[in-house]
Design a protein. Structure first.
Length: 218
């Protein structure tokens, strides 16, 4: 009996040991699964951060490219603003027939006065226009200086007594059209102090280099 009992106990004891071992293995498996899940989560988080960093790097690269492109545009505008305007041969050739025509060569003779804002580049361009008009036999008033208080995108301002079409200002209207067709931008202002057959051409600052100045006769 004792032996049986002992054997029975031994059997029972063996069963208990087996159950304990199984539970221990289950616990270890659960812990391993938890660790694996945590590692997977960390890996996923790291991958997500890497993707975010990659996206941020792409955005930063795009911003850098945009900034570089804008800087290049600014450089080009600055370079263009520093270039001297020149009366080209094609522009002179376009104006020559008109300035040699009866509109400018017969009585009542139109008078043109060339003025410029206080700017070296504008002054140089104004001298070119003066010399060209003189070579065409156009009557000219004294070379002068002008001021501008309203910003303008034009190269020149044509000051006339009235902007309404009249027989006296017809030559100036034609000249304005020819010059604009040749690439010289022009704005028109009225100056009631002028005579009907008088035109003041004001050479403004280059559109790329212009600041607030006063427009008027100096």
């Amino acid at each position: 009996m004792a032996t049986a009992v002992f054997g029975g106990l031994a059997v029972i004891t063996g069963l208990v040991g087996g159950v304990a071992a199984t539970r221990s293995a289950d616990i270890k498996s659960a812990e391993d699964a938890t660790k694996i899940a945590e590692a997977d989560a960390r890996a996923a988080d790291a991958n997500a951060r890497a993707e975010e960093a990659k996206a941020d790097a792409a955005k930063a690269h795009q911003r850098a490219e945009e900034a570089s492109a804008e800087a290049e545009k600014v450089r080009e505008r600055l370079q263009k603003s520093q270039e001297m305007r020149q009366l080209t041969k094609s522009q002179a050739d376009a104006m020559l027939p008109l300035l040699k025509s009866d509109l400018f060569q017969k009585e009542p003779l139109p008078w043109i006065t060339v003025a410029h804002v206080p700017d070296a580049e504008a002054q140089a361009f104004a001298y070119q226009l003066c010399d060209f008009f003189k070579s065409c036999g156009v009557q000219q008033g004294p070379f002068g200086e002008a001021f501008q208080k309203v910003p303008s995108k034009s190269d020149l301002a044509f000051a006339v007594k009235t902007s309404e079409p009249t027989p006296e200002n017809q030559p100036f209207t034609r000249l304005s059209h020819v010059m604009q067709e040749s690439g010289i931008s022009i704005g028109v202002i009225e100056d009631k102090g002028l005579k009907p057959n008088e035109l003041t051409i004001i050479v403004l600052r280059k559109p790329e280099a212009r600041d607030n100045l006063l427009v008027g006769k100096g």
